[in-house]
Design a protein around this ligand. Structure first.
Ligand code: SIN
Length: 291
């Protein structure tokens, strides 16, 4: 790798003018951002997680802004794979950038079942397999911390698609390098490092968690050094590209993650405040590097 890292990237055989991907759960299926015309600077959009059956998600309160970040406990709310396939993906075809579908499941087989159904669409270039949601009882973090389960999920997905897929890993327990190696052994074409960190906010007046499900997923610019370390560790251990996720608020953060070994960099929570974040990050990176 040369330094400073190049902004233009090659990923999964596609040329990307921007390394910035919109992280799952922060851009829906891209349709609202398309309406708002704020996809400039976006290299790719990753959809909200899709499961076999529709899910209402967790009961509220399930979102809390903290002084330095955001706690989320959404619980994989989504309309289910059949609705996504028939009613949402046709509109996603209008996106001006590549589209990846984030897939979740409650059992090892469900991941492959959902992917198999989505194979009827030609809109997406690949998948992000979510074995790391901290807000569900089945199929989330409990899967991601166990390399044996990660291997079986990846093998199942490999059997039903020729499209590339990334496995989104958890920072919460287990050994992320071992889980990444298991994903690659199972056929993953990338790994996403990483999902949200466990967090909690307790109301000191009552002693109760403000979030209904108590512990939630935390995102914050302050997590950047933690994500940089995990990206560096994983990218030194596996042969497939690493997609970073977490901690980005400035162009120099994206460049640092690329320098740490990420091939693409997801931005998420930043979009909640700044829907044009990708374009702003690109402007900052161009100024910094002169590219
Ligand atoms: C959620 O829906 O609870 C968040 C998704 C995730 O962290 O994977």
């Amino acid at each position: 790798m040369s330094f400073p890292p190049a902004i233009r990237r090659k990923f999964w055989g596609h040329d990307f003018s921007s390394p910035v991907m919109l992280a799952s759960g922060t851009a829906g299926f891209g349709e609202e951002l398309l309406d708002l015309k704020c996809l400039s600077g976006v290299g790719a959009v990753v959809s909200k997680a899709v499961t076999l059956k529709p899910r209402e998600g967790n009961l509220p309160p399930r979102l809390l802004e903290t002084p330095f970040g955001l706690l989320n406990s959404i619980g994989l709310a989504n309309p289910g794979v059949h609705h996504v396939l028939n009613c949402i993906l046709p509109a996603a075809a209008a996106l001006p950038c590549p589209f990846l579908i984030n897939v979740a499941g409650e059992s090892v087989d469900e991941f492959a079942d959902v992917v198999n159904i989505l194979e009827d669409s030609s809109v997406h270039i690949g998948y992000e397999i979510n074995v790391s949601c901290p807000n569900v009882a089945e199929g989330g973090t409990a899967f991601g911390v166990d390399p044996e389960v990660v291997l079986r999920v990846a093998q199942g997905v490999s059997r039903v698609t020729d499209r590339p897929f990334s496995v989104k890993l958890t920072p919460n327990g287990g050994d992320i390098v071992q889980s990444a190696e298991a994903a690659v052994e199972g056929g993953a074409s990338a790994v996403t490092v990483c999902n949200t960190f466990l967090g909690m906010h307790i109301d000191w007046k009552t002693g109760k968690s403000v979030i209904r499900r108590k512990v939630a997923g935390y995102t914050s610019p302050a997590l950047l050094p933690l994500v940089v370390a995990k990206v560096w560790q994983v990218s030194n251990a596996v042969s497939v590209p690493v997609i970073s996720s977490g901690g980005v608020s400035r162009g120099e953060d994206v460049l640092q993650l690329l320098a740490a070994g990420a091939q693409m960099v997801q931005v998420g929570t930043r979009l909640m405040r700044r829907p044009f974040a990708a374009s702003e990050l690109m402007d900052e990176m161009k100024k910094l590097t002169g590219e």
